[in-house]
Design a protein around this ligand. Structure first.
Ligand code: 8YV
Length: 327
C-alpha cells in the first residue's frame, strides 16, 4: 500500500481529531500546546507532506523558502489565512486550505455578545459586583444604550457577516453593509439589508459597526484614523475578525477623546499583547480571541482539516482550497 503522508500538526487539537488523524495519516503532533519555535516550524515544512498550522504560526515567504520537496499541502486549522503567504505557497505549487463554514455561527454569537456587552456595560457591571461596590439600584445609575432600533453597519458580508445580520435583525437593528461585491438580491431582501458602496458614507451613519472581512493587504487598517473620525461619537465598534483591520492606536485615541462611545474587541493588532490603554479603558469589552472557541466548533474545524487532507491525498481538489484570487 501507498505510504501514509506525514502530517505535522503545530498545536494540540481536540482528542477526537488527533485520534482520527493518527488513524489516517502518519501524524506528528505537538503535545506541548505551545506555538512551535521558528526552528521547529522550519523543520516541519522541510520534512512534512502536509502541515496543519493555526493562527499562531506565521508561514511567510522566508519559512516557505525552506520548504522541502514533499510539502504539498498547508491545511490551516482556521478560517483566516493571513498567517500564510498564500501567493508564495501557490507559486511553489503548495495548496492551501482553510476551515470555512463550521465556525460561522459561533463567531456570530460572540459578535452579538460584544455588541450587547459594550453598550449595555456588562463588563463594568461585573466589575462593580466583583469589587463589592454595588450600593443598590438607582434609576439613573449604570445606564447603557439600547441596540434595538439602531443601525448596524457590517463590513464584510460573507458567511459570518450574514450570520451576524440575521441575529442583529432579530434584535431589532436595521442592517447595512459594505462589501467588495453586492450580495444577491435574495439575501439582501431576507435581511432587509442596505448596501453602501462607499464605506466612508456608511461609517458616518452607523450606530454600531462590526467587522467581518478577512485581513489582507487591502484591508490592513481599513478603519484608519481618517475613517474612524467619520464615525458618530455615539457609535460603537465590534471586531471579531482580525486586529489589523483597525488602526488600534487611532481607535484608542478616538475612545480617549470621546469621539467614539465604545469598542468590543476579540482580536488585536499584536496578539497576544493587548495595549494596556485598552485594558484600562471602561469603554471596551475585550476578549482573548475566543470567537470560534467552542468545543463543538473546534471538533468541526478538525474534521474539516481532515477532509481537506484526505481529499487532497486521494488526488482530488480539496473542498476548502484557498486561491490567491480569493484574497
Ligand atoms: C481560530 C480564527 O481561533 O478561524 C479563524 O480565522 O480566527 C479562529 O477561528 C484560529 O484561526 C485558529 O487557527
Amino acid at each position: 500500500p501507498r505510504k501514509k503522508p506525514l502530517v505535522v500538526v503545530t498545536r494540540k487539537l481536540p482528542d477526537v481529531v488527533e485520534t482520527r488523524m493518527r488513524e489516517l495519516f502518519e501524524t506528528r503532533l505537538n503535545e506541548a500546546d505551545r506555538p512551535l519555535s521558528q526552528a521547529e516550524l522550519v523543520e516541519a515544512v522541510k520534512t512534512a507532506d502536509v502541515v496543519v498550522p493555526t493562527v499562531t504560526d506565521r508561514i511567510d515567504s522566508a519559512v516557505l523558502s525552506q520548504a522541502g520537496p514533499n510539502l504539498k499541502l498547508i491545511a490551516n486549522f482556521g478560517n483566516g489565512v493571513d498567517n500564510i503567504d498564500v501567493i508564495t505557497a501557490n507559486n511553489r505549487g503548495i495548496t492551501v486550505t482553510n476551515t470555512p463554514g463550521v465556525l460561522t455561527e459561533d463567531t456570530a454569537d460572540m459578535t452579538m455578545a460584544l455588541m450587547l456587552g459594550v453598550p449595555r456595560r456588562i463588563a463594568e457591571g461585573i466589575k462593580v459586583l466583583e469589587h463589592g461596590e454595588w450600593g443598590g439600584w438607582s434609576p439613573t445609575w449604570m445606564l447603557g444604550r439600547r441596540i434595538w432600533g439602531k443601525r448596524l453597519g457590517i463590513i464584510g458580508m460573507g458567511r459570518i457577516g450574514q450570520a451576524v445580520a440575521r441575529r442583529a435583525k432579530a434584535f431589532g437593528m436595521s442592517i447595512h453593509y459594505h462589501n467588495r461585491r453586492r450580495v444577491s438580491e435574495a439575501v439582501e431582501e431576507s435581511l432587509e439589508a442596505t448596501y453602501w458602496e462607499s464605506l466612508d458614507q456608511m461609517l458616518a451613519r452607523m450606530d454600531v459597526v462590526s467587522i467581518h472581512c478577512p485581513h489582507t493587504p487591502a484591508t490592513y487598517h481599513l478603519l484608519s484614523a481618517r475613517r474612524l473620525k467619520l464615525m458618530k461619537p455615539e457609535a460603537y465598534i465590534v471586531n471579531t475578525a482580525r486586529g489589523e483591520v483597525i488602526d488600534e492606536a487611532a481607535l484608542i485615541r478616538q475612545l480617549d477623546a470621546g469621539q467614539l462611545a465604545g469598542a468590543g474587541l476579540d482580536v488585536f493588532e499584536h496578539e497576544p499583547a493587548v495595549n494596556p490603554k485598552l485594558v484600562a479603558s471602561n469603554k471596551v469589552v475585550l476578549l482573548p480571541h475566543m470567537g470560534s472557541a467552542t468545543v463543538e466548533g473546534r471538533v468541526d474545524m478538525g474534521e474539516k482539516v481532515i477532509i481537506n487532507i484526505k481529499t487532497f491525498m486521494d488526488g482530488h481538489r480539496p473542498p476548502d482550497r484557498v486561491l490567491p484570487s480569493m484574497l
